[in-house]
Design a protein around this ligand. Structure first.
Ligand SMILES: Cc1cc2nc3c(=O)[nH]c(=O)nc-3n(C[C@H](O)[C@H](O)[C@H](O)COP(=O)(O)OP(=O)(O)OC[C@H]3O[C@@H](n4cnc5c(N)ncnc54)[C@H](O)[C@@H]3O)c2cc1C
Length: 96
């Protein structure tokens, strides 16, 4: 598929369009399999509030690959701001 300014080329057939909306699902790299643990919510690794992988004392996961619950206990979304904040949080924790 080739998205252009004036339409979309789908397997050789050009479909003219003024507006193009692209919806994509997001699935994390299956790193959970390396740890021998199940992935949650799109192959993510469940972490505690300190970003420590559940069941491990010395492994942390940040970014989209980690599944962290917010104050309402729902998993935070896979967004850049969330990933960035996880990085800053762990960076500060390492300084302590
Ligand atoms: C189509 C799309 C649109 C998006 N739009 C927005 C938006 O508008 N606003 C927003 O806030 N967020 C958006 N996001 C989400 C945002 O991109 C992510 O939340 C953010 O990039 C997560 O950062 P990250 O560092 O955790 O992961 P990534 O940015 O995905 O970086 C992970 C890196 O690890 C590398 N990697 C993977 N597996 C391995 C491996 N086995 N060995 C070595 N390297 C590996 C990958 O190649 C990649 O470079 C969008 C995502 C997608 C897919």
């Amino acid at each position: 598929m080739d998205i252009r300014a004036n339409g979309v080329d789908i397997e050789g057939e050009f479909v003219p369009a003024g507006s193009i909306i692209w919806g994509a699902g997001v699935k994390a790299s299956p790193a959970h399999a390396l740890l021998g643990i199940p992935g949650v919510a799109g192959s993510r690794i469940l972490v505690d509030d300190d970003l420590r992988v559940i069941g491990f004392d010395d492994i942390y996961a940040i970014g989209d690959i980690s599944a962290l619950a917010g104050p309402d206990r729902k998993l935070l979304p896979g967004l850049a701001q969330v990933a960035s904040n996880k990085g800053h949080t762990l960076d500060k924790a390492c300084d302590r």
